[in-house]
Design a protein. Structure first.
Length: 562
């Protein structure tokens, strides 16, 4: 029976059997319920048609990927295909009980899963052929024979996989899939060298079909591994178990039954180092590897080494960029905090002067300055926590209109100080899934930004909610009649530390809003002109996959002449 095995994500390690002809994948699915918040409630569907399983995306915002490629229609799934939805990676298996359906869980691995026999007592190993893993080994002959055509297909699939996966382990899993699909093999395993200890540790262990009673342990020759590491060459070996040393009753009886095996072992070659090895083997009664297959495997090892080296360089660059970003963030926040503290100090000086002179009006004026800067401190701290922390939204059924009224009420004081008029126009909404605190912060940030943007005395702000029953959405629109946002700033308005307020803004408010809305699987857009600005927040009210409407009737009400 077909099944999905979860390789990565919050549900890692789970297995979902596909019992039926139509299976939904998503957070609200009965058959494949996934807890990943980056996945829609009904994200994708599996259907059995003409003896093949097809997967189709339900117009989700994050999309569905098969083997690293985003799909835009029904796509046939093959055995061992990888499916990514949101932050979850699944392996598809046509047989739920077959070992080849997925890797051994990483948490259960230990170094003794691959035992390297140091003195080769268990094996008589002879190297029959070798192939240099230099740059020229990647260039195969033009496809004049069927073997060459087969080799070109293997290399094309592997090259196509480079850069499509987010981690080295995912890439190695896909490499193993390609090897098993194109080279006769009973077992495939990949060992990577630990950067600190130098020990060889298993990254992938795969059996084409696990036989009853067979354990996961793989025993192989250290001499073969060391030869490949030292010479940087791929080797083709005949590996024979010495039956006189291992009887049926010994602890190694399981390997005594392996008999004579054909083995290919190739280096995963980087520019200056060997990252590890790939070993492929099978009983010689089933297949004996050829020189051409050794060349193909050697080229696979070379390309895998290039991909690993590239991934490590990218990781190193990302770390450097993160350190640079941290420095920039600290400098930016320090500048904003210093400005706020300067405002508090100024207010405190006015309060102190008023106290000394017994002037309560001056004390009140100074306290107003202190209070305003305390509010700025609170907003900065809240936005910093929202933007920087991996938070789990507390979603519950709630009334959006209640949250709007409460958030707008907190902004009235700031609006009154500028004689700005705030109005609400609230549609009849059902209870919808909301993170109350998060949406409250979104509304507060956008409304206070609008208060700062509009002119004193003539400024108008309209907060409107609309229930779009056709698309199953609730839309929150916050509009103002301010001067608008410059066109060159609109593309960057949701980026962290991008502010159009000069020294008066932190550049975190709208970035925090975008993050909160994304966590709720919603969307946020900005529409701006010289006559005003509207922020439109679209939230799920029924079906998460309807098309988003970008109509903005609020601007017409604020500017009837437009």
């Amino acid at each position: 029976m077909p099944a999905f095995h979860v390789l990565q994500g919050p549900d890692k390690g789970k297995r979902f059997t596909l019992d039926g002809d139509a299976i939904v994948l998503g957070r609200r699915s009965v058959e494949v319920p996934l807890t990943d918040h980056a996945i829609s409630r009904r994200h994708a569907e599996m259907r059995l048609k003409d003896g093949h399983w097809h997967i189709e995306d339900f117009h989700s915002s994050n999309g569905t990927y098969v083997n690293g490629q985003r799909i835009d229609g029904p796509t046939v799934l093959k055995h061992a295909d990888r499916v990514r939805i949101g932050g979850t990676l699944l392996s598809f298996s046509l047989n739920a009980d077959e070992h080849a359906a997925g890797p051994i869980p990483q948490a259960g691995w230990s170094n003794d899963l691959v035992e390297l026999q140091g003195d080769d007592k268990n094996f008589d190993a002879s190297i029959l052929a070798s192939a240099t893993a230099g740059d020229e080994s990647v260039i195969l002959a033009s496809p004049e024979t069927s073997d060459a055509v087969h080799a070109w297909n293997v290399m094309y699939q592997l090259a196509e996989s480079i850069g499509t996966f987010s981690s080295i382990n995912e890439f190695l899993e896909r490499t193993t899939d390609i090897i098993i699909s194109h080279l006769p093999s009973d077992r495939v395993f990949i060992l990577l060298r630990d950067a600190e200890s130098g020990d060889m540790e298993p990254a992938v262990i795969r059996h084409r079909k696990k036989r009853g009673g067979e354990d996961d342990r793989v025993i192989t020759s250290r001499r073969i591994i060391n030869h490949v590491l030292q010479t940087r060459q791929g080797v083709l070996c005949a590996n024979a178990q010495s039956e006189t040393r291992f009887g049926a009753g010994s602890k190694d009886a399981s390997i005594a039954q392996l008999g004579l095996r054909s083995v290919i072992c190739v280096p995963i070659l980087m520019h200056y180092d060997v990252a590890g090895v790939i070993q492929i083997d099978c009983p010689m009664s089933i297949h004996t590897y050829s020189q051409q297959q050794l060349l193909v495997a050697t080229a696979i090892g070379k390309l895998a080494g290039m991909a690993i080296e590239n991934a490590r360089l990218i990781e190193a660059r990302v770390r450097q960029e993160r350190l640079a970003a941290v420095g920039e963030t600290v400098a930016h926040l320090s500048h904003n905090i210093r400005n706020i503290l300067q405002g508090i100090r100024s207010g405190a000086d006015v309060v102190e002067m008023g106290i000394k002179r017994g002037n309560l009006d001056r004390v009140g004026s100074g306290w107003t300055i202190v209070q305003r800067n305390l509010e700025r401190t609170m907003r900065l701290a809240t936005n910093m926590l929202t933007f920087s922390k991996q938070r789990e939204p507390q979603v519950e059924l709630a009334q959006l209109n209640d949250v709007v009224e409460d958030a707008v009420g907190l902004c009235i004081t700031a609006a009154d100080s500028k004689h700005v008029d705030i109005k609400t126009d609230l549609d009849d909404l059902p209870l919808i899934p909301l993170d109350n605190d998060g949406i409250h912060q979104v509304i507060t940030n956008i409304v206070l930004n609008a208060v700062e943007a509009v002119d004193a005395d003539t400024g108008r702000i309209l907060v409107r909610t609309i229930h779009d029953t056709e698309h199953g959405e609730a839309r929150l629109t916050i509009s103002d009649n301010g001067p608008g946002i410059a066109e060159e700033d609109r593309q960057s308005i949701f980026e962290a530390f991008h502010s159009t307020k000069g020294h008066g803004g932190t550049g975190l408010g709208l970035a925090a809003c975008k993050k909160i809305v994304d966590e709720l699987q919603g969307s946020i857009e900005v529409h701006s002109s010289s006559e005003g600005t509207s922020f439109v927040v679209v939230l799920d009210a029924a079906s998460p996959n309807g098309d988003k409407s970008t109509n903005d009737p609020a601007q017409q009400e604020l500017h009837p002449s437009a």
